[in-house]
Write a protein that binds this ligand. Sequence first.
Ligand code: FDA
Length: 300
Amino acid sequence: MLKDVFIGLSQNQFLTAAAKKYGLKLGAQTVVAGTNIEETIASIRELNAQGISCTVDNLGEFVFEKEEALKAKNSILEVIESIHANGVDAHISLKPTQIGLDIDYDFCYENLKEIVDAASKYDMHINIDMEDYGHVQPSYDLIDELLKEYDNVGTVIQSYFYRAEDDIKERKDLRLRIVKGAYKEPAEYAYQTREEIDANFIALIEYHLLHGKFTSIATHDHHIINHVIQFVEENEIPLEKFEFQMLYGFRKDMQLDLANKGYNFCTYVPFGDDWYGYFMRRLAERPQNLNLVAKQVFNK
Ligand code: FDA
């Protein structure tokens, strides 16, 4: 299947390295805000001006060298300072493997703690993106440890996992993002059909809207969004208890429309030279995203 081809390509280390070297290509510039923080702050300002807040991902994942993980941590610290210094409405999203989870748990914890601590001084939220199944429990462990001391850290529930129903009830995060799930996972751990994943996604969103503190509903699926709008109206859920999230460059009209209708809206803004894996996963999710690429390549 095309999906498997793109997921396979997303994990190809040779192509990842080549992509870093040659800059934003293949149409990735439509869905990646820039290669440096200055370009990214400009994109954030544009979105803020439209009433949209941002979560910023300094792209990177599956890092196996301590030096590279430390470099990623320092870059994220710079992004935090830059968001604060520029006074833009934005927070951080990061992946634990980017700052050393595959190298050593304690090393990763120290890196993450430094980031969460730096952000807490500006009352800035740190979202821990969820990766593939093998990283889920260690990521929750990292966050649970930090939640003993900080409240500006939260994570993601991936609805395709059978365990998601139990996880969502146990999480103590002040804000939680709920998604369908982006990685290829076996039937041993995860629902496989669109119907099952969507049904669980809706059940988890409804549960968290009723019982959680703040819910980020991250999807481009208008069926889910319309369902949520009806659910919050019927259950009189206040607007300040939830937001919609979408990725930078996707369904821009719908992003703006939801913000104009008064819903909290947050755009996930990825930037940096490590764009390749992120970009390939977007193609795996929806091969029609190739249309975005084609437009970018041919509309010169
Ligand atoms: P999906 O791709 O299932 O599409 C459903 C339907 O919506 C389509 O059939 C089509 O009708 C419509 N549609 C979707 N995209 C469209 C488009 N571009 N144009 C027109 N119609 C479209 N995953 C993960 O594992 N860990 C994480 O931490 C995160 N974080 C995250 C943050 C944010 C902000 C988002 C939006 C997503 C994530 N994800 C994620 C990815 C997520 O798990 C999922 O893989 C993608 O969002 C794709 O699923 P959707 O719910 O968007 O709809």
